[in-house]
Design a protein around this ligand. Structure first.
Ligand SMILES: Cc1cc2nc3c(=O)[nH]c(=O)nc-3n(C[C@H](O)[C@H](O)[C@H](O)COP(=O)(O)OP(=O)(O)OC[C@H]3O[C@@H](n4cnc5c(N)ncnc54)[C@H](O)[C@@H]3O)c2cc1C
Length: 448
């Protein structure tokens, strides 16, 4: 430890919504901590998303309990900048100790004693605990099937901003979760010919019987589900708040001019081949929709709650041509496809975190965010404790649990047995008591 090394009880890495929530709970519980963020607060909402993105959930739902969106109708969908501004204001509200522009580059265990040495772009810290809040979606992933074809522009959805950014011509969007579907829809509305490659997906209704699907998932206990069902880990969810919020209906998008294709299989000599699973994928998506509608109806019946009937929600448009006769392959040049957008998800990157908190596949090993390495905690990961964990409303509750766990551990470590206590008394008699000024300085530094 050098003279410049700073000590802190708990160091939180990342100041997205997870880091802000963590800081709020640690503050409430009086745990000295510091949040380090390499960019700005909630940076990913500002620069890691496309321009027109709005939250997937309405403003009354996609927020923390402690503050509402100012000046926004609770049923409206906040724009991405409004979401980022919200977290900046939220952090300000409780004076969150966040330092921006500081990247954590390495975390290693102390040798022979608890705690960690944390190297950053602004010096070294010693910390008893590290909370990893670096996001559920860190490194954009483009699958290895992507063609090596210099004539094509290929970007990940993380780098998509707006239609004008792309070269003229048709676009193949691979992946039909919330991102792929919204981007494909925006491009089609901008006059582009669009091919959307649709895999397994859930597509809940945007609203049913006068209630948003976020409400339904809440009252039906779906946000609190602890794990995705077997084989459903890679099923994406197609939902959108764009254009006022509409149910994602792939057949409707096709009737409006989009060409739906099955899962993208391979590329060879300018030809892209698709799995023949489009019809099956749409059918399963419909089944998922009906499952929620049926569960909602059963809830209404059981509780007697007064909500209007909504038969239109069950309407499935007739199959468009691209579903009746799905494309097996597409000649990209002939179809005028100049761009491929890979809406194919993200991976985690913990190359800076040198601790024993991972399984054999390199995935964080934890129980509700408490890792197997004492003192290391994860927050904001998909399914960390439940379905809602990686979302705005869910992470706040997970942060509360992690903060409680930290307090419990601090209490254990503060315990001293009778012999230590009497030794302490003897020492106290020999050492001068700290002055009030000393005590204040110690408090301000949050020194361990
Ligand atoms: C397109 C898209 C739309 C979404 N829409 C919604 C929605 O509508 N509603 C909803 O609830 N959820 C939504 N989500 C999911 C989730 O809410 C977001 O991904 C959210 O950004 C996650 O917050 P986080 O704090 O966990 O992680 P992030 O927002 O990713 O924040 C992590 C922070 O850590 C910082 N960081 C990373 N590494 C380091 C390091 N080594 N040192 C210092 N700092 C570091 C990053 O700069 C970043 O600011 C969406 C996700 C995506 C991709």
């Amino acid at each position: 430890m050098t003279a410049e090394t700073k000590s802190i009880d708990t160091l939180v890495v990342g100041a997205g919504q997870a880091g802000v929530a963590m800081s709020e709970h640690l503050s409430k519980l009086g745990v000295p901590h510091l949040v380090l963020e390499r960019d700005r607060i909630a940076e990913r909402w500002r620069t890691g998303r496309w321009d027109s993105l709005v939250a997937n959930g309405p403003a009354w739902h996609d927020r923390f309990p402690g503050m509402e969106f100012e000046g926004l109708d609770p049923d409206a969908f906040a724009g991405k900048e409004q979401v980022a501004d919200y977290f900046v204001a939220y952090a300000k509200q409780f004076h969150a100790p966040i330092r921006t522009g500081v990247e954590v580059t390495k975390v290693v265990r102390q040798t022979g004693r608890p705690g960690f040495i944390v190297e950053t772009s602004d010096g070294t810290f010693e910390a008893n605990r590290v909370v990893v809040a670096t996001g559920p979606f860190q490194r954009p992933v483009i699958p290895p099937i992507a063609p090596q074809d210099a004539s094509l522009t290929q970007i990940h959805s993380a780098d998509y901003r707006n239609p004008a950014q792309l070269p003229e011509g048709a676009v193949l969007v691979v992946g039909a979760g919330s991102s792929g579907t919204q981007i494909a829809d925006e491009l089609r509305r901008a006059g582009r010919a669009v091919y959307l490659s649709v895999g397994a997906h859930d597509r809940p209704p945007r609203a049913y019987r006068n209630r948003d699907f976020c409400w339904w998932l809440g009252v039906l206990g779906e946000w609190d589900k602890e794990a995705a069902g077997p084989g459903r880990e890679h099923v994406t969810i197609a939902v959108s708040g764009a254009y006022g919020g509409q149910t994602i209906d792939f057949r409707r998008l096709a009737h409006e001019g989009m060409t739906l294709v099955g899962l993208t299989k391979s590329f060879k000599d300018g030809l892209v081949t698709f799995e023949q699973d489009l019809v099956e994928n749409l059918k399963r998506g419909d089944e998922n929709l009906f499952l929620l509608l049926d569960a909602a109806d059963a809830y209404v019946e059981r509780t007697g709650i007064d909500l209007p009937e909504d038969p239109a929600a069950r309407y499935i448009p007739p199959d468009p041509e691209c579903v009746k006769h799905p494309l097996r392959e597409l000649d990209l040049a002939k179809a005028g496809v100049k761009t491929i957008i890979w809406a194919t998800g993200y991976a985690l990157d913990y190359s800076w975190l040198h601790v024993d908190a991972f399984d054999e596949k390199g995935k964080p090993k934890h129980q509700r965010g408490v890792s197997k390495e004492p003192g290391v905690y994860f927050l904001g990961l998909p399914w960390l404790s439940r379905r809602g964990s990686s979302f705005i409303w869910g992470v706040w509750h997970d942060a509360k649990h992690v903060a409680d766990q930290i307090v419990t551990q601090r209490k254990y470590l503060a315990y001293r047995d009778a012999s230590q206590r009497s030794l302490d008394n003897v020492r106290a008699m020999k050492v001068e008591a700290p002055t009030a000024k000393d005590a204040q300085q110690i408090n301000e530094m949050g020194v361990i």
